[in-house]
Design a protein. Sequence first.
Length: 334
Amino acid sequence: MTNQYQSAQLRELDALHHLHPFTNHNSLRSGGARVIVGITHLPMALDQQILRDVTGIHLIAGGHDHDPMRAAVGSALVAKAGSDSRWLGVVRMQVSPDGRLLSMRDELITITDQTPSDPAVAAIAKRYADQLSKELDVVIGRTTVALDARNAAVRAAESALGNLITDVMRQAVTADIAITNGGGIRTNAVLPVGEIKRKDVLAWMPFANVIVKVRMSGAAILSALENGVSQVEGLNGRFPQVSGMTYTFSRSRPAGSRIVSATIGGRPLDPTAFYTVATNDFMARGGDGYATIRAGEVLINEAGGPVMATAVVEGIQRAGTVSPRVEGRITVQP
């Protein structure tokens, strides 16, 4: 049976069919196209579904997934080159004079510090890097623990870095709890014990999200948590890091009924009570499937809230030294 989260993905796919011009390959061919390439930012499963549903596409060059991936659907191909410029994806096609695709071969080239740079591009990059370093390469504090921003840490379980960020969010707008999506915490790397620089914080939170405050019922919060853990198997970015509350979920339960228990302020969450929630503006608009947050009563909107990265920088500066730890906010059951 298709659950509510799978249904949402299918609705997203249906919208893509109406919005993207490459789905009408006849009009592209009548315009002279011989090879049709789709550029997407979707999970691999949706890219493959597009190729199954829409004939005539030869290649999808996809994003979204952070690791290199490839998948053939009939004679068509989905190719993804990972994230952070660690690989270069190359696809070579041979096309006949009458427009038939004769062959297609893809290659993944690993980029290392030994990979030569184009001198002109390297000079431009250095100029901007030098300018930015004056503002960003500045020490704002220290950490006594390693801060793990790898996807497996922030998109599947409680993380020390997630605790640090959500604590700042909750304090910044004086809310009962804070919820932020693990996918909004980037770098997919570990910051070791030692100095924290302004550029580290901006790398963790590169999207200029703003902290907002909404009022929600306990039932709506439970629904938000269910959405957050619904796709944990795929390290989906909607996974909820929290402050001011705890929750337990079971990975073996079906999506939509995985939350086992939750507390707020040390007491069991009351579905009929109302709580104030600090979150980010992306989630408050319903991003990552958080429809119940979007439906909440807005107390501080994005025009009145602080930028997340700025609030975290200032929080670290005030503390001087931070020591966040995993403390039982999120419990994962089989």
